[in-house]
Design a protein around this ligand. Structure first.
Ligand code: V47
Ligand code: SF4
Length: 380
């Protein structure tokens, strides 16, 4: 055990915080109430010291990124999540885009010869983009580039397409996996607790539906990520409730790779009156995530949403992954008011960003296979 962090724990005045710190240093699981107490009473310095200790126990200085691009098939959506700045109601079609299979295949082909390893496909829920449409897309991408990992579709999209195709989740996931779906991204989770979910996204798949689709993917041998949309109308205990449901499923399946807290951005949506969280609150969120999600190997800060410098800062608050090169291929965050209006970073930019905060860059595949481990930067 690092002596610096044990001194910090033994000198904290609040007995409950001290006991929680001891549990963490003993590698014991913290409880629901412990998680809430950390949010309510833990100072930024205390949370940061503990989360950084856990992060370094798990990964040392290693900080992962990948080479990826996004495809957003459509921004037309039958749902009406109040926080969403990206979608246009299907009823107002003239304001949206809808890509054909050939147009999406052309995007994939535009990366021919480039060392990208992953395509991330996610978008609105379009009533005419059926399960068959997406199965054909998956098959055609795989036929063109078999080594490209396809991380695609949230349970919101999958639940809708399976219901429309009148297939069970089990059957639908099996068909998608056979057609080339390799893993699931973490989106659509928002806040699971119905007290909040019914206020911000009442008409889409609920918590049990979301968790069931990920569980089914895990049972088929696929991996997935999980997100949490924080910093709006939820209370701290709703965040812990959300993380607790994920931690419980992870105990059962072990199929999650990465937990990604997503900061609510308030530009041009039905929740624009809700103020955004401060950077301090963002760092506290990352730190508590690292401490609570003891069975999740990785915590990711999604730099297009958080901004580059804040992503760097997060690497001292439990984060060990900053996503990928993106190549200006996503609009979700730019439309919601994030710092990054044209999110692109070259591999060299990502490496520099990570080295600037004395961490060790590692290029990874989607499943955290190490593709290139860069040299350690000597810090002290
Ligand atoms: O589920 C939508 C979020 C998510 C806003 O798995 C917003 O590697 C903030 O899940 N403010 C989709 N967030 C994106 C997503 C994701 C992103 C990067 C990597 C991975 C991964 C997954 O975007 C939605 C929703 O929670 N979102 N609107 C907004 N105004
Ligand atoms: Fe549609 Fe997703 Fe936006 Fe909700 S968050 S309105 S499901 S695109």
């Amino acid at each position: 055990m690092s002596s610096a962090v044990s001194v910090i724990v033994s000198s904290v005045k609040d007995p409950q915080l001290q006991q929680i710190g001891q549990k963490i240093l003993n590698k014991e699981r913290i409880s629901f109430d412990d998680g809430v107490a950390l949010f309510e009473k833990g100072s930024l310095a205390y949370l940061g010291a503990l989360a950084n200790w856990v992060r370094e126990e798990k990964h040392g200085n290693k900080t992962y990124f990948n080479r990826n691009f996004h495809i957003e098939p459509t921004n037309l959506c039958v749902f009406s999540c109040k926080f969403c700045s990206y979608s246009r109601l299907y009823a107002h079609k003239e304001e949206g885009w809808e890509l054909s299979i050939d147009q999406m295949l052309d995007i994939v082909k535009s990366y021919d010869g480039q060392p990208v390893t992953e395509v991330h496909i996610v978008g609105g829920v379009h009533p005419k983009m059926t399960m068959e449409f997406f199965l054909e897309l998956l098959r055609k991408i795989k036929a063109h580039r078999p080594d490209l990992h396809i991380k695609a579709f949230t349970p919101v999209e999958l639940d809708y397409m399976f219901k429309k195709a009148k297939v069970s989740t089990e059957e639908g996931m099996r068909l998608a996996h056979e057609a080339g779906l390799d893993s699931l991204p973490g989106g659509g989770a928002e806040i699971f607790h119905p007290e909040i979910r019914t206020q911000i996204c009442e008409d889409k798949v609920d918590a049990d539906g979301w968790l069931h689709i990920h569980k089914t993917a895990h049972q088929l041998g696929m991996h997935s990520n999980a997100t949490l949309l924080y910093g709006h109308i939820e209370k701290f205990w709703h965040r812990i409730d959300h993380m607790d449901r994920l931690r419980t499923l992870q105990d059962e399946t072990g199929g999650f790779n990465t937990f990604i807290p997503l900061k609510f951005r308030n530009k041009d949506n039905d929740m624009s009156h809700v103020p955004e969280s401060s950077i301090i609150e963002d760092m506290r969120m990352y730190a508590v995530s690292r401490l609570y999600m003891d069975n999740f190997p990785h915590i990711k800060a999604y730099w297009p949403m958080l901004g580059r410098q804040n992503a760097q800062l997060s690497l001292s608050f439990g984060v060990n992954d900053i996503d990928g090169t993106i190549d200006d291929s996503t609009k979700i965050y730019a439309m919601a008011g994030s710092e990054e209006q044209t999110p692109t970073m070259s591999t060299a930019d990502l490496v520099t960003l990570i080295k600037q905060v004395k961490r060790q860059p590692v290029e990874r595949g989607t499943l955290y296979n190490e593709i290139r481990v860069y040299e350690e930067v000597m810090s002290e």
